[in-house]
Design a protein around this ligand. Structure first.
Ligand SMILES: CC(C)(COP(=O)(O)OP(=O)(O)OC[C@H]1O[C@@H](n2cnc3c(N)ncnc32)[C@H](O)[C@@H]1O)[C@@H](O)C(=O)NCCC(=O)NCCS
Ligand SMILES: Nc1ncnc2c1ncn2[C@@H]1O[C@H](COP(=O)(O)OP(=O)(O)OP(=O)(O)O)[C@@H](O)[C@H]1O
Length: 207
């Protein structure tokens, strides 16, 4: 039987990956939109050629791989460039994600995506939404520490994402990630117990 799908979302640097990796330790199968987004632009894939047509060879590293920092700078500076890239990549990403979710065999599976609330098509792929929520100041601080990117670029990425209130409007569950990692892990374990109970099917009563 196919497992039900939990959507795990949150803004940049909210702690999606940190939460997701703890769910993985608990044995929950997951598909990560950011990882899929990397896969569809691997060298030799058609989407990478389209990106080079649009942005020129300078968007590649010397070894032919996509220069992600360069593309990030371009698309978050110019909304039309971002929309163009999303129109190219999002259908490919969705197809790969659907396929990967079909392989899931845990009691439930997780789709980790930063743009779940923004994309109606992605929302339709999940049955329940968990939002990882943090105050914006902490989001900025953690992202800048992790990625060494300028504050102005993180702010531009935040601008391209749903506002915190909008994301919370779609949430069935909210994990406020404003304490340490031990707290985050404890909350993940509590939610995992809930998710196992929620969709537990009665057993042994077939007639
Ligand atoms: C711009 C790119 C090359 C930057 O790559 P980089 O390795 O630096 O970042 P990574 O892919 O790990 O994304 C980091 C975070 O940036 C944010 N982000 C990425 N793309 C977008 C977007 N289109 N809109 C808003 N936020 C985004 C998310 O919070 C994401 O978790 C890359 O993010 C990309 O290809 N984006 C377009 C595809 C996309 O929309 N991916 C999001 C998942 S569907
Ligand atoms: N509770 C926490 N305490 C301390 N650091 C944390 C906590 N949660 C996450 N972090 C750190 O904050 C940074 C951002 O977290 P993470 O990478 O999980 O966010 P994300 O939502 O997956 O980001 P992105 O959207 O960019 O992929 C990481 O360096 C992570 O280790």
């Amino acid at each position: 039987m196919q497992p039900w799908i939990l959507g795990l979302t949150g803004g940049i640097g909210s702690g999606k990956s940190a939460a997701a990796s703890h769910f993985a330790r608990l044995g929950v199968h997951q598909v990560d939109a950011d990882q899929v987004a990397r896969w569809v632009v691997e060298p030799g894939r058609p989407a990478l050629a389209r990106i080079v047509d649009r942005f020129g060879e300078a968007i590649l590293h010397a070894d032919g791989r996509l220069d992600r920092a360069a593309l990030r700078a371009r698309i978050f500076q110019t909304p039309e460039e971002r929309q163009w890239l999303e129109q190219l990549l999002h259908p490919l990403i969705r197809t790969e994600m659907r396929h990967a979710l079909e392989q899931a065999r845990s009691p439930y599976a997780i789709l980790v995506s930063p743009l779940l609330v923004e994309s109606e098509q992605q929302r339709r792929m999940v049955e329940r939404i968990l939002v990882i929520d943090v105050p914006e100041a902490l989001q900025l601080q953690r992202t800048m520490q992790r990625d060494s990117v300028p504050e102005q670029q993180v702010r531009a990425i935040l601008q391209a994402q749903a506002a915190r209130e909008e994301r919370l409007r779609h949430a069935h569950d909210v994990l406020v990630n404003d304490r340490d990692l031990a707290w985050l892990h404890g909350e993940v374990e509590r939610l995992h117990e809930l998710y196992l109970r929620l969709h537990a099917r009665p057993q042994g009563h077939s007639q």
